[in-house]
Ligand binder design. Structure first.
Ligand code: C5P
Length: 331
């Protein structure tokens, strides 16, 4: 009988191996923050947050395929793929390593290598959690390769280790996030939201935006979101949602990148119900009434020189989901 060694364990031929899929693809969604309340800098170097996340229909797909050796590889296709790291600094790579370490036995093969492929549509470095979404996708796909129960709650502690936005990217929908945004509670949201997303030609560093927030006086106790927003979401009152959306990082982002102010003004002049910098920016997100409104705002904003491109999307949508496939089909 064949045997092989990996980690601490001596494995005999694994009778369950045949049941494990060889390839799994997971679809993940971008997020916008409907509200972001930021408190004062703490000793750990982070700011406490309260935020309302919404998952929207701009998706990456993360595919994991088992290899016949022990290597991990990572490839990326899609827009701006050349700007994404393809080594162990990519959060998706770290997610696979984490699942292999945590579920050593369940992984269950002599050869423990994986090819990771990411098909990107979520704007990179734009405050839409693109890297976190890929980590959430890799986490769920790696769990599915092990045939672990596909319950996002079970993966939540691992997700939180990878990054503050990763738990929400697993969960999707609309949720209130506290702490660093990783302590989540779902929020009831009635109706559908139409969004126009305007990406920027020039990036904006998240630490720099937080630093400018501190320089501008911070906001002790500011880690809260308006109750009126939660109530408006629950009622499905779109105008009240628009009226109560807010982002404490918008002022420092505009201070660092004043030209984003024009993007917000042009979008609102073209009929958006409201427009906000998304997270730490520089992406701007406009809430619009319907598809006709989305087209008008998109046309107006995309003509600005500081805008890279616009996309339309609706939300809320699901979090990370395994896609049916020829192998590893969970349908
Ligand atoms: O979460 P992320 O890794 O993008 O954070 C990058 C940096 O942004 C942190 O190192 C910290 O300087 C700042 N940050 C913060 N408070 C948060 C999140 C990020 O000060 N809640």
């Amino acid at each position: 009988m064949n045997s092989c060694r990996y980690g601490k364990h001596m494995m005999m031929d694994d009778p369950f191996n045949v049941l494990r899929p060889r390839t799994v693809t997971v679809r993940v969604s971008a997020k916008v923050n409907l509200a972001l309340g930021v408190g004062s800098l703490e000793l750990d170097g982070f700011h406490p947050l309260a935020t309302v996340f919404e998952a929207i229909g701009i998706h990456d797909e993360v595919t994991l395929t088992r290899r016949d050796d022990n290597r991990i590889t990572l490839t990326v296709a899609g827009e701006d793929a050349d700007q994404i790291p393809t080594d162990e600094t990519n959060l998706a790579w770290r997610a696979v390593e984490l699942v292999r370490e945590e579920f050593d036995m369940e992984w269950g093969e002599c050869n423990r290598g994986v090819d990771i492929h990411i098909d990107k549509s979520i704007p990179i470095a734009g405050g839409m959690a693109g890297g976190s979404a890929d980590a959430a996708g890799a986490l769920l796909a790696a769990a599915a390769l092990c045939r672990l129960p596909e319950c996002p709650e079970n993966l939540h502690p691992l997700a939180a280790q990878l990054g503050s936005d990763v738990p929400f990217c697993l969960m999707g929908g609309v949720a209130l996030g506290r702490g660093r945004g990783d302590r989540l509670a779902p929020v009831i949201c009635r109706g559908r939201h139409h969004w126009v997303i305007a990406t920027s030609k020039q990036g904006l560093s998240t630490p720099a935006v937080y630093h400018r927030f501190d320089q501008m006086g911070g906001n002790p106790g500011g880690e809260s979101v308006p109750n009126t927003l939660i109530a408006a979401l629950t009622r499905g009152d779109l105008d009240a949602v628009a009226a109560t959306m807010s982002n404490d990082l918008q002022a420092p982002a505009l201070d660092l990148r004043p030209e984003l102010g024009e993007v917000l003004a042009v979008g609102q002049h073209a009929g958006a119900l409201t427009g906000l910098v998304s997270g730490s920016g520089p992406t701007c997100a406009f809430l619009v009434r319907d598809i006709v409104g989305a087209k008008k705002v998109s046309a107006a904003v995309s003509s600005l020189p500081q805008v890279d491109r616009t996309r339309t999307a609706f939300g809320p949508v699901a979090g990370a989901q395994v896609l049916p496939g020829p192998e590893g089909s969970f349908a």
